[in-house]
Write a protein that binds this ligand. Structure first.
Ligand code: FAD
Ligand code: AMP
Length: 476
């Protein structure tokens, strides 16, 4: 066994771990980043869930399927006729695979340029700031570090009554790999992932039924946004059954019989493929040897304080394996902050200002508090709403659905939450995030010049509407 020492060893090369490694190297520290991700084709790749099986491949297929949908349903309004629109799922998947490959190989290039040592294989934390690294060929080394950053991520939760078989009952990764459109698709869970995957396959022609145990739709979003979203998903043809708790799934004769209970009692549904998208759980299998001092909480997350310090001195943890929203950008901020902290630099993650985006059509994005949360807090507030139907740019884009909503405090005008459902919502929210990062007021947004005609004017007008001073819509 040979031994190596580094200033920082990062275990996990997903969107939390690889930025931590790059920033630590930028801070002139010697860094190794260990990752064991293996793709279906047997190749190893950095990038974790996000690049290989999550954010990137899902957005690639959302884009392709949205283009098909628009060609079928929207082009005529522009005076464009294509005849019957045909598409090739295998070609779509090939495009997606190329994007994934380019992204994951890009990490290796970034590591090389920053001077990070990539180590592909398994990492296990040992006591005494040591890491046992087992390469994919089975060879082992013990690494000594001054700081260790755990970024082991998460994995899909399995439903005991509907176990994955990789063929008919699949997780979100499996649902991104179908090489043909299933005729009937069942999705368990109307969360972000379930809705994005359901949208992809619905747009490509599948009959999609989404079963959601909770009685409310998208309860984490602003109520007005959830109601608007539900209307549009129904229009797309997604059948969303709320209050439907799945109790079993049986695979027989190349189909899946799904049983669930709802207000009417026992129900059943037969589909060709079933996607289980009921959430993710932290992944820490074989990560910690005895005696490291790192603690795990009752839900399986690595316990950390507000600065991502674990219970063990100079061992840190970031990303999906610790508390907080399971989002790539949240992990990235944590990873970078820790890499700065270990170099003695100022570092803080503003957990109050983490944007959420659902990449459906219309797109949904928000940051800060929902109107319901502000109401419950008892703080006096005002709301400004601007419909995209009143935006010249949105109308020109044939995308007039949805609205921008600004919730601000009455006392000091602070922006408390911004909610967007409509075209490019995920891009528009960035301005609200920046405003909130600087504790901006609705007046700050009101006094900022927005180019015309742009979608961003909708946010400007929503801020104006909070004071009943909107120009381009009625001030109700
Ligand atoms: P991961 O990305 O899971 O990476 C952890 C890495 O560590 C993996 O490569 C794993 O193999 C490796 N690893 C674990 N243990 C060890 C070990 N002991 N030794 C060596 N290597 C190890 N988030 C967004 O923000 N936007 C989106 O649009 C979005 N879309 C998503 C779509 C889908 C379908 C899914 C499933 C997720 C999506 N997410 C999205 C969530 C996002 O992918 C995760 O929040 C993010 O990947 C978490 O990053 P991470 O680095 O903490 O963990
Ligand atoms: P998320 O955690 O955002 O990925 O969403 C997962 C969704 O799956 C949540 O809204 C859960 O309520 C839902 N869910 C979990 N278990 C079941 C089940 N057995 N049947 C139907 N929906 C479920």
């Amino acid at each position: 066994m040979m031994s190596d020492s580094f200033d920082v060893v990062v275990i996990g090369g997903g969107p939390a771990g690889y930025p931590a490694a790059i920033r630590a190297a930028q801070n002139k520290l010697s860094v190794a980043c260990i990752d064991e991700w293996k793709n279906y084709d047997g190749s190893y790749a950095f990038g974790g869930t996000c690049l290989n099986a999550g954010c990137i491949p899902s957005k690639a297929l959302l884009e392709s399927s949205e283009l098909v949908h628009r060609a079928q349903h929207e082009f005529r309004a522009h005076g464009i006729s294509l005849g019957e629109v045909s598409f090739d799922v295998v070609a779509m998947q090939k495009r997606k695979a190329g994007i994934v490959r380019q992204s994951t190989q890009g990490i290796l290039a970034l590591f090389k340029s920053a001077g990070v040592t990539p180590l592909q294989g398994h990492g296990r934390l040992l006591p005494g700031l040591r890491v046992e690294f087992t390469a994919h060929d089975g060879t082992r080394r013990t690494l000594q570090a001054k700081h260790i950053i755990l970024a082991s991520g998460s994995q899909p939760m399995e439903l005991r009554s509907a176990p994955f078989d990789g063929q008919h009952v699949v997780d979100s990764w499996g649902a991104l790999e179908f090489d043909a459109v299933p005729k009937r698709l069942g999705v368990i869970g109307a969360g972000v992932i379930g809705l994005e995957l359901g949208s992809v396959w619905r747009r490509l022609g599948a009959e999609v039924v989404v079963l959601e145990a909770l009685p409310d739709f998208l309860p984490m979003a602003d109520g007005q946004v959830s109601r608007e979203a539900l209307r549009h998903f129904k229009k797309l043809g997604l059948e969303i059954r709320l209050g439907a708790k799945v109790t079993g799934a049986k695979v027989e004769n190349d189909e899946v019989a799904v049983s669930f209970t709802d207000a009417k009692g026992e129900q059943s549904l037969t589909v060709d493929k079933l996607v289980v998208a009921i959430g993710r759980r932290p992944f820490t299998a074989n990560l910690l040897a005895e005696g490291t001092g790192v603690e795990i909480d009752e839900r399986g997350f690595i316990k950390v304080d507000d600065h991502c310090r674990t219970a063990a001195d100079r061992v840190w943890a970031v990303g999906d394996c610790v508390r907080g929203p399971m989002l790539a950008h949240k992990g990235k901020e944590e990873g970078v902050a820790v890499a700065d902290a270990v170099a003695g630099l100022y570092a803080e993650v503003n957990y109050k200002v983490i944007p959420s985006v659902i990449y459906t059509a219309p797109e949904i994005a928000w940051v800060g508090l929902t109107e319901e949360q502000v109401k419950a807090s008892g703080r006096a507030y005002k709301v400004g709403n601007f419909p995209f139907a009143a935006s010249g740019r949105a109308r020109a884009m044939e995308a007039p659905a949805g609205f921008c909503k600004v919730v601000a405090a009455v006392d000091d005008d602070e922006i408390l939450g911004v909610h967007v459902i409509g075209p490019m919502a995920g891009e528009l929210i960035a301005e609200a995030v920046l405003a909130m990062e600087y504790s901006g007021s609705s007046e700050d947004l009101q006094r900022t010049i927005h180019a015309h005609p742009t979608l961003s004017e909708a946010l400007h007008e929503a801020a104006l509407a909070a004071d009943k001073r909107a120009i381009d819509c009625l001030n109700k």
